[in-house]
Ligand binder design. Structure first.
Ligand code: CMP
Length: 151
């Protein structure tokens, strides 16, 4: 296969390294890069704030971010995403996500990303898998706490 990385816009080349998007064609990656915007956040900066209105997905390209949810601190690193809950449910942000160290992230606004998901079901399924995993982890933790309280 030709090394099309050389001719790719910087954003598309960065997205290509995200495992989450590995199934996408160069054309789709390019489309995604055009709707995405790269943003930098300083360590300690709030990237999204609980209760804030506004969707949009954040994919971490470098650095790490943390959030408190369900009584636990979750840390997300390169290749991982957040912001899918507000994006999919059309609800305010469920948690505050803070840059634990300098973060570079690709942001995808809801109005552009939703139509992209409809055209790329494999990306939508990957998001679903991660959401199911996150739900499962919280559920298991609640069940364990309940069992410990009852037992
Ligand atoms: P959103 O509600 O848009 O903004 C806060 C984000 O934190 C949320 O989307 C998820 O991406 C993330 N988040 C919330 N709860 C959890 C969790 N239990 N595990 C991992 N990430 C979470």
């Amino acid at each position: 296969m030709a090394n099309w990385d050389e001719d790719m816009p910087v954003e598309a080349a960065a997205l290509r390294k995200v495992p989450f998007f590995e199934g996408l064609t160069p054309e789709d990656l390019d489309r995604l890069a055009r709707i995405g915007r790269k943003r930098q956040f300083a360590a300690g900066e709030s990237i999204v704030v609980e209760g804030q209105i506004g969707g949009g997905l954040f994919i971490i390209l470098s650095g790490s971010a943390s959030l408190q949810a369900g009584g636990k601190t979750h840390t997300l690193g390169p290749g991982q995403f957040f912001g899918e809950m507000a994006l999919l449910a059309g609800k305010p942000r469920s948690a505050t996500v803070t840059a634990a160290e300098p973060v570079e992230a690709m942001t995808l606004e809801t109005m552009y990303f939703r139509p992209f998901l409809i055209k790329n079901p494999s990306v939508a399924v990957t998001i679903l898998e991660v959401v199911a995993e996150r739900l499962r982890e919280v559920q298991d933790r609640i069940d364990r706490t309940q069992a410990a309280t009852e037992g």
